[in-house]
Ligand binder design. Structure first.
Ligand code: ADP
Ligand code: MG
Length: 732
């Protein structure tokens, strides 16, 4: 329930710093203690079952019934020994958060009526039916077959979630699919994309560079940005509570200029919170490593060490969940919305991504050995080419209502997809493209003759960064920076890895043809690489936030798709459906279902914001402003009565008029917005409805907000009903 501004301020200002219980052990001793990890399985399972499960984890295959019964029994007794009373299949439906359905570990024996603890692996690990009818499925499931099932993903370890109040639940990371085997979640397509990029990259590695490579693993290190504010102030802002962002609020006198915040020390309450959630994260085997302030006031970042992609995605979801829970102990609220406050930086989630082999080579890491650089160039150029050819799809993968406030809005990264490669690589690629060979600058003397081609050692300057690029090469990985802070990484990562897999398959086919035609291997590879170039189109090294770039990108015919509904429609373009079908990531039905859900989600989000804005504008802001105005009117009347010259109270008269003007405008606009909403709601087609919400409803937000923010500067501070930005953002 919403509380009053002054009550909230009072609470927020007098909060003690919450006590954090630091474990007696060292991090290395308790790290991962709440996960059913490899060590635990090794110690609890028979050698046969352990082997079966290890194989299944590596190959993504299923485990048989006997093994699953044994694993289930071991998992259960381990969980019970850790205090767990319930278990749940933990999965990621398309609602954007994680879902759980808790079942108790005990059951009733129908014959005796006594409580027993009986679990079959088949029920416990392999298959469980949640009530799927309430999860979005985009029309895949007709209501009569409203069933889906969840099944353990053995490549992500089960874990114990300690609940507030001392209870604990065993969580089993799972996929969620319909009975007709369509994916209803984010994990299923991700696992498929990971398998494809593995297949494609391993083939390239094996045949061209290194026979010993058996597996290529996509890796991810997501840097998570977020805001932290006091719980009471959050509860005093219905817009934050309902929409996750503020729909009005005047920029504080000292706002983003607080760039000092970035370098400043972490506020003590927030620091305690960070220490606390990091301990919990480490227990769950989440490698939370760095923490710091971000650019905006009350904005922070947590970055884990990178991990295998599937696990990193699970861990990011889990971390988000965990941070929310731990924040409650500290009477704090974490905001993961991409743009909770206008006028100051929004939040992103930089997806640091690379490919590594099972033999420990980072395929996007350049080397000082020229021969290895042919390998590096192969993967590097293929990734850039994949982005060049599928830039719109990459844009679509990050299209959400929240991210719309960042991409292409007043502040960046822009909705234009481009790649930053850095000085050295730019020079290398340009030369390579021009001359089909790379020459070294004078003074360098390490040559590797590959026929006509020369591959230099590449020593990159790690500080060569571009913080405005949506997709930047950062020395040994690509950083997809345009992903929104609240996104499930699995979605953009599914798209990226699909694109790259497809590109690598094509590349391999082309080069194999050259080799079959008698070309020497190295030469064929180099020719394959030079044949890919499109660098002038997609590569941009300048300031992505500038106006010039928007113009330049238009000249290059790069898309600049600003609105979410249109960006989502890209998934359904013929060539994209074909791409996903070809690699078996999504079939057409699944793609349609997904986009349908996203459009509906867009409508719901904008609808909620619009309702909250309308409600607050009329019932809180206008009514407060009019009350204040009445006081001014009384005052002027009084001044007149005692014969104060009119010129002296003219400024007050002007204020009275201004209040009339703004409140009048708000009332008119809110009415028009409500009408626009009604009209949009009658549109059957969800794409068109989403577009109507974007163009006809959302367009009222800024004009209404403008009037409210003006009134905030006029109305008596004592009467303003909701916490102001400067109050919310002043976290201690
Ligand atoms: P910076 O902060 O300069 O961008 P870091 O080395 O701190 O660079 O990396 C940022 C993130 O990128 C971290 O989460 C890190 O683990 C991750 N990262 C580093 N190497 C890789 C890689 N090979 N694959 C995926 N992520 C990586
Ligand atoms: Mg970074």
């Amino acid at each position: 329930m919403a509380i009053s501004r002054f009550k909230a301020l009072d609470l927020a200002q007098n909060r003690p710093i919450a006590h954090v219980k630091i474990p007696d052990q060292k991090i290395s001793e308790y790290y991962g203690c709440n996960t059913f990890n490899d060590d635990v399985m090794k110690s609890l399972l028979s050698p046969e079952a352990y082997k079966k499960i290890s194989d299944a984890i590596l190959s993504g295959s299923k485990i048989d019934r006997d093994a699953s019964d044994e694993v289930a029994a071991a998992m259960k007794s381990w969980a019970v020994s850790k205090g767990a009373t319930h278990y749940t299949h933990w999965f990621q439906p398309l609602t954007g958060s994680t879902a759980e359905k808790h079942d108790a570990f005990f059951d009733i024996d129908y014959k005796t009526g006594k409580a027993i603890e009986k679990f079959k692996g088949s029920a416990f690990l392999v298959q469980q039916e949640p009530d799927a009818s309430s999860f979005p499925s985009g029309g895949i499931r007709s209501t009569f077959e409203a069933r889906g099932y969840t099944a353990w993903d053995p490549s992500s370890p089960a874990f114990i979630m300690e609940n507030l109040g001392g209870t604990a639940t065993l969580c089993i990371p799972s996929v969620f699919v319909s009975y007709t085997s369509e994916a209803l979640d984010y994990k299923t397509p991700l696992l498929k994309a990971i398998a494809q990029v593995d297949k494609a990259a391993t083939a390239v590695m094996k045949d061209y560079f290194d026979r010993d490579v058996k597996r290529v693993i996509a890796t991810l290190g997501p840097e998570q940005e977020y805001f932290v504010i006091d719980e009471a102030l959050f509860n005093a802002r219905p817009d934050l509570m309902m929409a996750g962002r503020t729909v009005f609020g005047h920029a504080p006198a000292k706002g983003q200029q607080l760039e000092d915040h970035y370098f400043g020390s972490i506020p003590p309450r927030v620091n305690a919170f960070m220490v606390d959630f990091e301990i919990e994260a480490q227990k769950l085997g989440i490698p939370a490593r760095t923490r710091h302030n971000e650019v905006a006031p009350a904005q922070f970042e947590v970055a884990p060490t990178f991990e295998e992609l599937n696990l990193a995605c699970d861990h990011n979801q889990l971390l988000i969940d965990l941070m929310g829970k731990v924040a409650a102990k500290h009477k704090l609220k974490v905001l993961f919305h991409e743009k909770p406050f206008a006028g100051i930086n929004g939040s992103g989630k930089h997806n640091n991504w690379s490919l590594g082999t099972d033999t420990g080579i980072n395929l996007l890491g350049p080397s000082s050995k020229p021969k290895e650089n042919l390998r590096f160039l192969t993967f590097f150029v293929n990734v850039v080419k994949a982005v060049a050819d599928n830039a719109d799809l990459l844009r679509a993968s990050i299209a959400t209502p929240g991210n719309e406030h960042r991409l292409g809005a007043n502040e960046a990264p822009p909705a234009i997809m481009s790649v930053f490669v850095g000085n050295t690589m730019n020079r290398v690629l340009t030369e390579f493209e021009k001359n089909k060979e790379i020459t070294l600058e004078k003074g360098d003397n390490v040559y590797m003759k590959l026929g006509v081609n020369k591959i230099p050692p590449l020593i990159l300057d790690n500080t060569d960064r571009n913080r405005t690029s949506p997709f930047a090469f950062t020395g040994n990985k690509f950083e997809f920076r345009a992903v929104g802070s609240s996104a499930n990484c699995a979605h953009p990562m599914t798209v990226l890895n699909t694109m790259v897999a497809n590109q690598l398959f094509t590349f391999k086919e082309d080069v194999d043809k050259l080799i079959a035609g008698g070309q020497k291997k190295e030469l064929a590879i180099t020719e394959g690489i030079t044949g890919l170039y499109l660098i002038s189109k997609i590569i941009f090294e300048g300031n992505n936030y500038s106006e010039e770039w928007v113009k330049e990108a238009a000249k290059r015919k790069l898309s600049n798709i600003k609105d979410t509904p249109s960006a989502l429609a890209i998934f359904l373009k013929k060539e994209n459906v074909a791409l996903f079908e070809k690699l078996g990531i999504f079939n057409e039905k699944e793609l349609h279902a997904r986009v349908e859900i996203e459009w509906e989600n867009y409508v719901k989000k904008v609808q909620i914001e619009s309702r909250v804005l309308g409600d607050l504008a009329i019932n809180h802001i206008v009514s407060t402003a009019l009350k204040y105005q009445t006081r001014l009117v009384d005052n002027v009347r009084g001044q007149k009565e005692i014969k104060i010259p009119a010129t002296l109270y003219k400024p007050t008269m002007d204020t009275i008029k201004k209040i009339s003007e703004y409140t009048g405008k708000i009332q008119t606009l809110v009415e028009q917005m409500t009408e626009a909403r009604k009209k949009a709601n009658t549109i059957e087609d969800s794409h068109k409805r989403a577009l109507a919400y974007n163009q006809k409803v959302k367009s009222f937000f800024d004009p209404i907000r403008y009037c409210i923010d003006k009134l905030e500067l006029i109305v008596d501070d004592d009467e303003w009903p909701m916490p102001k930005y400067r109050e919310i953002l002043m976290i201690r």
